[in-house]
Design a protein. Structure first.
Ligand code: ADP
Ligand code: MG
Length: 347
């Protein structure tokens, strides 16, 4: 009998999430001319023959990986599952229109739990003016899985990709960063305290803002509207799901540019700053690598600066450099340090 040859085995963690996606992307080139853009941006872009492009994006939330039901209310989870998809449509400068919901459920969940989840989904439908148009329901052994696919549209001359920014353009962000991450730290701490002593009440006083940033993030569709009102079309854009550093690396690598951010310009709420210090986390690390804030990171032409400078929600954090200058941070101490993307390492 012949000995079986040893099969090659490559660990997914050696590729990482981005490496894996890149590998899949290389194997699938769209064959229809209507598939304007496939894998690689916040949403796929499809030309259906109308005046607008159709946008399509999908995101999945898995219990134990993306959420912990011991502190995440199902209603908030339903809302968040829609919001994170709407955020990807917004990141293309688009307007969300329809979505489907696919659920993996175990018998651990009673009807009342599903009602709560859908109450949150309904709230998101009203808030983002988007229609639930279908889905799928299946069983799982234990955990809850929610996968949402959203469709949106954008005028052809208004579409914004991750690729497209050029040297000297301004780098902007909508709102403040790091809050969702610090909210998660607080929730995790209170869970540990509760597990050690179930009589203890959670200590969330004064942390409402960051806890809400974690549990009920908002997609910045309002910013898309605002930019339209101001007559500004960003030259590149991405939503911040994994963290500012990681998303900036995506913009820079796809646009083949470098960038400089100014530490003193990085937007952070006081409670995020104070909680970072309380947890012995450098506040700048919370802002750069925190993730899940679902703010928009975008670039604009210098000449558009006058149009945005009055808007307190648009913060200018740096500018685009030539590629050979790299992606760097100028610290408060005037040092130049390279920015490295941490992102999520799922595997
Ligand atoms: P985002 O954080 O904006 O949701 P992702 O990093 O999840 O973006 O995805 C980046 C790109 O890779 C998107 O175009 C997405 O559709 C695509 N993608 C992610 N996972 C897969 C997969 N398993 N198969 C094919 N495409 C994928
Ligand atoms: Mg995205």
């Amino acid at each position: 009998m012949q000995k079986k040859t040893e099969q090659q085995r490559t660990e997914l963690k050696d590729l990482g999430e981005f490496g894996l996606i890149h590998r899949i992307q290389q194997q699938f080139t769209p064959k229809h001319p209507e598939s304007i853009l496939g894998i690689g941006d916040d949403a796929a872009v499809i030309d259906t023959g109308a005046d607008t492009y159709t946008l399509m994006s999908t995101d999945m939330l898995v219990e134990g990986i993306h959420f912990d039901l011991s502190y995440v209310p199902l209603k908030h989870l339903g809302y968040k599952a829609v919001a994170v998809n709407v955020s990807d449509i917004a990141a293309m400068n688009g307007t969300p229109k329809q979505f489907t919901v696919s659920l993996g459920l175990s018998n651990r969940f009673p009807l009342e739990a599903i009602d709560e989840l859908y109450a949150g989904i309904k709230h998101a439908c009203d808030n983002y003016n988007i229609d639930l148009v279908g889905g799928d329901t299946t069983s799982t052994r234990t955990g809850l899985v929610i996968s949402i696919t959203a469709i949106g549209e954008v005028a052809k001359d208004q579409i914004v990709y991750r690729k497209g920014c050029k040297e000297n353009e301004l780098i902007c962000v909508s709102g403040d960063l790091g809050g969702a991450y610090m909210g998660l730290q607080v929730l995790e701490r209170e869970k540990q305290v509760f597990m050690a002593n179930p009589d203890m009440q959670p200590e969330l006083d004064g942390k409402d803002y960051i806890v809400r940033r974690q549990l009920k993030p908002e997609a910045r569709t309002d910013m898309i509207y605002e930019l339209r009102e101001l007559g500004v079309v960003p030259t590149s854009m991405i939503d911040i799901s994994d963290g500012l550093a990681s998303e900036l690396m995506h913009l820079c690598s796809q646009s083949e540019v470098g960038a400089i951010l100014y530490e003193e310009h990085l937007p952070i709420a006081k409670v995020t700053y104070d909680t970072s210090v309380e947890f012995n986390i450098d506040p700048t690390t919370s802002v750069l690598n925190g993730g899940e804030d679902y703010e928009l990171l975008f670039t604009i032409k210098q000449e558009d600066y006058d149009k945005i400078k009055q808007n307190a929600e648009i913060i200018e954090i740096g500018y685009v450099l030539p590629k050979d200058k790299g992606v760097v941070l100028k610290t408060k101490g005037e040092q130049i340090v390279p920015i490295t993307a941490q992102g999520w390492k799922h595997f």
